[in-house]
Design a protein around this ligand. Sequence first.
Ligand code: ATP
Length: 306
Amino acid sequence: MMQIYRPLNQIGFVYREIRQGLADIEAMFHLLDQQPEIADAPDAKALDLTGPVLAFEDVHFHYDADRPILKGVSFTVPAGKTIAVVGPSGAGKSTLSRLIYRFYDAISGRVTIDGQDVRAVTQPSLRAAIGMVPQDTVLFNDTIAYNIRYGRPDATDEEVAEAARMAQIGEFIDGLPQGYDTQVGERGLKLSGGEKQRVAIARTILKAPPILILDEATSALDTQTEREIQSALDTVSRGRTTLVIAHRLSTVVDADEIIVLRDGVIAERGRHAELLAADGLYAQMWNRQREAAEASERLRAAEDDP
Ligand code: ATP
């Protein structure tokens, strides 16, 4: 009997490993899709964090040599401050976040954290220091609790629930028949873009990284969801060195500095009121978004009250 049992047991073990592996592989493919060839420098050291100050120093980058994407971008995110990057679609905003996390490396210039070139430090130490809330969160085919706890595997159930509450997704989870044990992902409950992003925020709250990159979803969210996500993001970014890649200008009004990127260069920079007064690209974008928001509010009001 034992002779049969042992191999079967092993198969069960391997199966669990593979199943776990598949979920991770999905996330890995997502990463690999972006860039498989980033390696640690032979003499790479662990990132040494004090500030942490994040800086782009004259960064040039292209995906294809005949099409430059960033053409000499320099700016600093001081320790504990929030800097927002805005600009037309395709300007290169999300590319900035990919260079910090080293999905890609700059062609020339440097991205530094506390003066250390991100290419000179070990990738695990870099990724441990950074929390990234991406545009599209890939959820593991597992429970909601697993997906949140991924931010810090040793977190207790109470800590997971507290993170969910702070990310404004706790009530939603409590309302599900199986609560935190609900299966999500491809083979489970399908969450909306806004719900997935709040799961990612809860995960990041648990991870409590000193540096935060928020890449806002481009998809339109209803006003209530947008408000909830904004409040969750405010909670997670308080006191952290934060770079917000913003697609909705409503999320940047309180930023310590706003960088306006156009065609791979910084076209304008300053605080919200200064940029409005300058009456340039930012002011144009702001007015356009406000008009669009007002028009959709009018439409909604007309639908509610025909
Ligand atoms: P959006 O506001 O629409 O999200 P963005 O400013 O964040 O735009 P990026 O995602 O940084 O823009 O992309 C900048 C440019 O680089 C785009 O024209 C895009 O098509 C191109 N690009 C992005 N990723 C790749 C890639 N992996 N290979 C080739 N080109 C890419």
